[in-house]
Design a protein around this ligand. Structure first.
Ligand code: NDP
Length: 238
């Protein structure tokens, strides 16, 4: 596949920036999604290769429409932009925490994906990679942070948003399968980024988590769809 094009949302830092770098190193033209022009431009310079800034606030319909109008052809969409606003269990949560979290981690994924579907449909091998989290699994965790042990019910807004993203992954995969799409979710592992303050000690290199996304971006036509994988390729239970 030559002249392959990818978009990574929230790619100005963290795991997304590493995904963009690795895809650029694979020869992709990479749209580096960033809601902030300065931060995005700096990332583009650091990523190198054929990286291009795409100003994109995933929670802003106008921004999504303008960004989609600039992209005619897309082979890979990586829905990476995500937030975590609290660690509270649901009984202590303000519904606003849920609204804010879902706005970015769930609703935006639907709006962004749908806006870029026309460009993806022009690809012979369209791939969508949703950056989920192992904490979105209801039954599984390798997270060393006891806040996230399945069964303790904490970080409910974030974790349920990723469970919803996992469900959407399956539904997109089912509805787009006949068109050749592969739609999968990734648990990138605990990584030291701005999303996980205090995880610097426990968190691994974000570049390792990014590798899992690149693997799913490069899936062959006989590869899986509607599945959930850890960064090292291990299937993750829902
Ligand atoms: P970071 O906070 O380092 O990066 C998040 C990125 O998302 C930033 O580029 C941020 O941009 C962007 N973003 C947030 N909101 C928006 C928005 N409305 N529009 C556009 N961009 C936005 O976090 P990570 O790199 O750790 O997280 C990346 C993904 O990985 C997330 O989906 C997260 O849930 C997931 N993840 C991370 C884990 C970890 O241990 N770090 C573990 C499991 C999953 P800006 O700079 O403008 O805020």
């Amino acid at each position: 596949m030559n002249d392959r094009t990818a978009l990574v949302t929230g790619a100005n830092k963290g795991i997304g920036k590493h995904i963009a770098s690795q895809l650029a190193a694979e020869g992709f033209t990479v749209y580096v999604g960033s809601r902030d022009v300065g931060r995005g431009q700096r990332a583009v310079e650091e990523i190198g290769g054929d990286a291009r800034l795409l100003v994109l606030d995933v929670t802003d319909t106008d921004s999504i429409t303008k960004a989609a109008a600039q992209v005619d052809h897309l082979d890979v969409l990586v829905n990476n932009a995500g937030i975590s606003v609290s660690l509270t269990p649901p009984a202590e949560a303000d519904a606003e925490e849920f609204r804010r979290t879902y706005e970015t981690n769930v609703f935006a994924v639907v709006e962004v994906t749908n806006a870029f579907l026309a460009a993806l449909r022009r690809s012979p091998h369209p791939r969508i990679v949703n950056i989920s989290s192992g904490t979105g699994s209801l039954t599984w965790s390798t997270n060393p942070n006891p806040q996230f042990t399945p069964g303790n019910g904490r970080a409910a807004a974030y974790r349920s948003s990723k469970a919803a993203l996992n469900a959407l992954t399956v539904f997109y995969a089912q509805t787009l399968a006949e068109e050749g799409f592969k739609v999968n979710a990734l648990a990138p592992g605990v990584r030291a980024t701005d999303l996980t303050p205090g995880a610097a000690a426990a968190g691994g290199d974000p570049a390792d988590g990014a590798q899992g996304a690149v693997r799913l971006a490069l899936l062959p036509d006989e590869g899986p769809t509607g599945a959930f994988f850890s960064w090292d390729g291990t299937p993750v239970p829902w």
